[in-house]
Design a protein around this ligand. Structure first.
Ligand code: ADP
Length: 499
């Protein structure tokens, strides 16, 4: 049977390399490239944030002016156009009042922009307008997180019998369910949502409007980004209040593990690290370690265990556990840390000032820096991810490829991708702990550090095992294509209700 060629329109609030605050940007870029490689037609819509504009990137204009009708009034915007290096069309929606801001979702003090529902509701509606004004014919519209969760809603309420949009099935990927886009209900009318839908099972959330919840209700299929996290969020305990609505989706909800873009994250070819290396020849890793120690003003000694952390400095990432024990670790063990991240001011201050108190032992950079992220992945011996929950997590998969043995809390995607070290045989790919506590983290780091010094042959085996892991996108792309088939099927079933 001939393989079906899909026309996929991805609507996203982040896309690497243009704009990124987390894994969403990487995931969408890699998934789009994966579809393209398999011969599908894939296009992306993204807000034209000032951060992209100011990068000096060259672009053309797809639409000089586009009218977007919202629940109250019209908004006007322009649509700019670029192609990714993989030749994927990207439509950039230019609306400066909404997207010319210092942050994507919040100001520099980490306060959410209170008009976020309007900013991203507009973006969602504008993405559909692009389909109409540029005569695209997507059979799948794939949206991501609360920012674009209104797309499936508009499809089913405004455009359910439209000759073009009425044919598109929708897929909603939840990258992080703790962010639901719940805001004041004063925005409800502006967004053009149905009065009848302001109920607890669709949009209403303790008198506020919850965009993700409405998106889950209306999307033809929903997924999150690892099988274990899919199970977790289907339970009331770990479902962030949405477990019943997720469970209602039945077979139209599943977990699909993100893949890794190995053309960007492989020590054999990485142009951002000082020396390249492979599982067969790890000598370049030692060069990277020296460089990393020098860069972060650590004692330059390849025989000291070096532990890296990269990520948002928020409690989701378990950063409070690391805060609780990091000083104890460097006092009790011969170990160094490099921390790269930004986030809550409290943690930024703590980790930003640690190097001053532990010179030569702890290095940190508060901010977002891709070059340093690559250097840490290559130069560290271990990579720590004590996340309280982790829908998928990318860094542990990057670490595996760089032979940087992960130390993780066994949750979500971390549990799916890291195999615990077996002290008898030396098998496994990392070190896991189950209890959420500073002590559990402390002793697991201790276990890793003692393996480094006392069982170095085991550590070498762990590194080799880790580097052999393959989380490439081909497998995930296949599973997304299956999910698309499910979405089309669910949409057809839904439509028969109106026949
Ligand atoms: P999340 O999406 O929850 O933030 P992930 O582990 O899925 O976490 O993805 C985070 C991505 O963002 C990784 O590619 C990581 O390297 C990158 N990243 C996070 N913080 C920083 C930072 N401060 N500097 C550079 N890259 C970062």
């Amino acid at each position: 049977m001939a393989r079906k060629r899909h026309s996929v329109f991805i609507v996203t609030s982040e896309l690497a390399p243009y704009v990124k605050t987390g894994g969403l940007a990487d995931m969408v870029a890699a998934l789009a490239a994966g579809f393209k490689r398999k011969g599908h037609d894939v296009r992306v819509a993204l807000p034209f944030y000032s951060q992209i504009k100011l990068s000096g990137m060259r672009y053309t204009t797809a639409l000089n002016s586009m009218c977007v009708t919202m629940g109250i009034g019209e908004q006007w915007c322009a649509v700019r156009y670029v192609e990714t290096p993989d030749k994927i069309p990207v439509y950039l929606i230019e609306h400066d009042a909404f997207f010319d801001r210092p942050g994507l979702y919040h100001d520099q003090g980490y306060n959410d922009y209170q008009d976020n529902p309007r900013r991203f509701g507009f973006f969602s509606r504008a993405a559909l307008q692009i389909v109409l004004d540029l005569s695209l014919k997507p059979d799948i519209i794939h949206v991501n997180d609360w920012q674009t969760a209104l797309v499936p809603v508009y499809l089913k309420t405004w455009f359910w019998n439209h000759p073009v949009l009425g044919r598109s099935a929708s897929v909603l990927t939840i990258h992080n369910e703790s962010y639901q886009g719940a805001y004041s209900a004063e925005h409800y009318k502006w967004l053009g949502l149905r009065d009848d839908d302001f109920t607890p099972d669709i949009f209403e959330d303790f008198k506020r409007v919850n965009l993700l919840k409405g998106g889950i209700y209306y999307a033809d299929a929903v997924n999150t980004v690892s099988p274990t996290h899919a199970r977790e969020i289907s339970t009331p305990f770990e479902g962030f209040g949405l477990a019943p609505y997720i469970s209602n989706k039945g077979k139209a909800f599943r977990g699909i593990l993100n893949g890794v873009d190995y053309s960007t994250w492989s020590p054999e070819i990485d142009p951002l690290i000082p020396a390249r290396y492979s599982a067969h020849d790890l000598s370049g890793k030692v060069v990277c370690k020296h460089y990393l120690q020098k860069h972060f003003h650590l004692e330059e000694n390849s025989r000291i265990a070096l532990i890296g952390f990269i990520g948002r400095l928020t409690t989701q990432k378990g950063i409070h556990l690391l805060k609780e024990i990091i000083e104890r670790v460097v006092k009790d063990m011969v170990a160094q840390f490099v921390i790269l991240g930004s986030g809550d001011p409290e943690y930024e201050h703590f980790f930003g000032t640690l190097p001053g108190r532990y010179p030569g032992k702890i290095g940190s950079y508060i901010g977002f820096n891709n070059d340093q992220a690559h250097l840490i992945e290559a130069g560290a011996d271990f990579f720590v991810m004590p996340s309280l929950y982790e829908p998928c997590g990318l860094n542990q998969m990057y670490s595996l490829r760089y032979g940087t043995v992960p130390i993780v809390h066994a949750t979500g995607g971390l549990d799916d991708t890291v195999e615990n070290y077996d002290e008898k045989t030396g098998s496994g790919t990392g070190f896991k702990f189950w209890e959420i506590s500073g002590n559990a983290l402390y002793y697991t780091i201790g276990w890793a550090v003692s393996t480094y010094y006392d069982r170095s042959r085991h550590l070498l085996t762990l590194r080799q095992n880790a580097m052999k892991q393959d989380f490439s996108w081909d497998r995930s792309v296949k599973q997304y294509l299956q999910l698309y088939e499910t979405a089309i099927h669910m949409k057809n079933e839904y439509d028969t209700r109106f026949e």
